[in-house]
Design a protein around this ligand. Sequence first.
Ligand code: SAH
Length: 271
Amino acid sequence: MSRKPAPPPSGARFPAVLERVAPPAPAKGAVLRPQKPVHQAADDARRRHAPSGIGLDSQAVRAALVARLRREVGASEAVCRALLAVPRHHFVDSALAPQAYEDTSLPIGLQQTISKPSVVARMLSLLLDGAQARRTGSLGRVLEIGTGCGYQAALLALLGAQVVSVERLKPLHDKARAALDALQVRGVRLVWGDGRAGHAPNAPYDSIVAAAGGDELPPAWLDQLADGGRLVAPVRGAGQQVLLVVDRRGDQWVRDVHEAVHFVPLKSGVE
Ligand code: SAH
């Protein structure tokens, strides 16, 4: 025979479990601590801009941009996967983070910008469309000129085997290192230097990509491009900057001119 549980006596106390999670009353004269505990603050700093599950950390926000790039730029599956995996808002100032998943370039300091996602997607897709990358499914050993904030370097790390990225501005080089370290991105060597000389110690490169454009391609890039490799770079041609694709076949460099683009200038020396 079942018996109905007896109703709680009036004036019943809360169940013990709720009592345990209730904060203890501060002792008389105790100092109130408005800061978060150190471990929690460290977790928040790693996460940087938004708590997970809402706002910018949401996969849905990133997925909406990627769907647009797939549609409008024809970004390949591999590029889309990389774009989904790398949090772009992590690479810009927190004040600009709400714009991180719009298709726009944003300032990163020192008059430089993080490239527009559609342009990044286009350059990466062109690289992956090279004969060797199509055969192997990887960008192989990559040289990037113009690290900036390190966003594209993080994408390249997911698409290639090893990435060397050169930046001429020391503060940006340092900032990129901090951003990539915080995300635990592996396989990227950051070099502070004038990228017009490429980076001979790790040459030859299967893929070379430049995020800054000059009047012509520095000869070092062509020299350091592996046989069968592909280079994608903005270059000034007939008055306007265009995207140039170069495929190396032995001692031949086959050039293909693509659409007009607008990248920051390729400068000389380091600062
Ligand atoms: N790759 C970045 C874009 C950076 S903008 C991204 O993920 O969005 C282009 C960068 O090229 C700037 O930081 C600029 O300082 C750098 N740059 C310009 N000339 C250079 C050179 N000669 N060597 C290396 N970096 C250069």
